[in-house]
Design a binder for this molecule. Structure first.
Ligand SMILES: Nc1nc2c(ncn2[C@@H]2O[C@H](COP(=O)(O)OP(=O)(O)OP(=O)(O)O)[C@@H](O)[C@H]2O)c(=O)[nH]1
Ligand SMILES: [Mg+2]
Length: 290
C-alpha cells in the first residue's frame, strides 16, 4: 500500500506487459525443455553484444541460474566499467538436469562496445560480422585495434549452420539509455543492418531495470505496470530502430545469493522469446554450408 502511494504516478493502471507470474514461469520452462531445433541444425546460437558494462555476461549467468536452479557464475561479470571486461569469444552450453546432455541452444558473449575511437568501433563492427557469420572460433581473444583476420588460427574458414548466429541480441543498461552515445547508437544500427543482410533477427535486452526504475526495485512485479520502463523502451526503440515488442526488460542475478521466482520468470520468458524469434524459419534464408 505504501509502495502504491510512493510510486503511484509511475504505476500504470493497465499492464503494458502481460505476465502471469504463477503460470508463465512453468510454461516457459516447459517450452525451453521441450525445444528442439527444426531442420538441419543441431543448436541455436544466441549472440549477445552491446555497450561495455551493459550486463551481457550477467545475462548469461542469469540464464544458467534460472535453468540450473542455483546461482551460477559461468561468465565473469565485473563492475569496473572502463574497458570491456569480457575479452574472449566463448560459447556457453548449458547442461540439462541429468548432466548427460546439453540444451540445444548456446549463448555467445562478445567484448563490450565502447566509444573510445572511430577505429575501435569499426573493428567491433568487423568482429561482429565475423561472429554472426560463424567465422570466430572459441577462445579467440579480441583486439581493440584490429579485427579477426582470415589468416588467424582462430578464423573458422568453413562455418556450418551451427556456427552462425541465429539471433543477435543487443544488451542495453536501462540506467544510461537516456544518454546513449550517438556514435554507439550508430554503430549498433550498422550492426543491425549487417544482421538484416545476413537474415539474422535482431532484438534487445534492457537490463538493470531494478536500478533504473524505483518501483521495480521495490517489487519486480511492477515491471508490468511501470510507466518509467515503458517510456525507456519507447525511447530505445526510437534510438536504435528495434520494435518495442522486440525489447525485453531484464533484472539479472547480479548480487543475489538465492533465486527469486519473479526474476526467474522474466529471464525464462525472455529466453523463450529469443528461442522463438531465432527459430523463425523466415529468418533462415541466408546461404550457409551445412
Ligand atoms: N542492479 C543490477 N546490476 C546489474 C544487472 N546486470 C548486471 N549488473 C551489474 O552491472 C555490472 C556489469 O555487468 P556485466 O555483466 O559484467 O556487463 P557486460 O556487459 O558483460 O560488461 P563487459 O564484458 O565489460 O562489456 C556488474 O557489476 C553487474 O553486477 C542488473 O540487472 N541489475
Ligand atoms: Mg562481459
Amino acid at each position: 500500500m505504501m509502495m502504491e502511494k510512493r510510486f503511484s504516478f509511475n504505476i500504470l493502471e493497465k499492464p503494458w506487459l502481460p505476465i502471469d507470474w504463477d503460470r508463465d514461469r512453468e510454461t516457459d520452462l516447459q517450452f525451453i525443455n521441450d525445444y528442439r531445433p527444426k531442420g538441419s541444425h543441431r543448436q541455436l546460437r544466441i549472440l549477445l553484444h552491446g555497450p561495455v558494462g551493459a550486463g551481457k555476461s550477467s545475462f548469461i549467468n542469469s540464464v544458467f541460474s534460472a535453468l540450473e536452479g542455483r546461482i551460477c557464475h559461468k561468465a565473469t561479470a565485473c563492475n569496473i566499467i572502463q574497458n570491456s571486461f569480457t575479452k574472449k569469444y566463448i560459447t556457453y552450453k548449458i547442461k540439462r538436469g541429468d548432466q548427460e546432455t546439453a540444451y540445444p541452444f548456446v549463448l555467445n558473449d562478445m567484448t563490450g562496445l565502447s566509444n573510445i575511437s572511430w577505429k575501435h568501433r569499426r573493428v567491433h563492427e568487423k568482429d561482429m560480422k565475423m561472429a554472426m557469420m560463424g567465422h570466430i572460433k572459441d577462445e579467440y581473444k579480441f583486439h581493440p585495434q584490429s579485427a579477426l583476420s582470415e589468416t588467424d588460427p582462430f578464423f573458422n574458414r568453413n562455418p556450418t549452420i551451427n556456427d552462425k548466429a541465429h539471433i543477435l541480441v543487443t544488451v542495453f543498461d536501462a540506467n544510461t539509455i537516456n544518454q546513449l552515445d550517438q556514435n554507439i547508437a550508430e554503430t549498433i544500427q550498422e550492426i543491425r543492418d549487417e544482421a538484416t543482410e545476413l537474415g539474422i533477427p535482431h532484438v534487445a535486452i534492457l537490463s538493470k531495470i531494478d536500478e533504473a526504475c524505483p518501483e521495480i526495485r521495490e517489487d519486480i512485479k511492477n515491471v508490468c505496470h511501470s510507466r518509467t520502463l515503458q517510456q525507456k523502451i519507447q525511447l530505445l526503440s526510437k534510438l536504435v530502430g528495434i520494435p518495442e515488442n522486440c525489447i525485453f526488460p531484464i533484472k539479472n542475478y547480479h548480487c543475489e545469493k538465492k533465486l527469486n521466482h519473479e526474476t526467474d520468470a522474466l529471464i525464462l520468458n525472455t529466453l523463450r522469446s529469443l528461442i522463438e524469434i531465432g527459430s523463425d524459419p523466415v529468418h533462415q534464408t541466408a546461404p550457409y554450408q551445412t
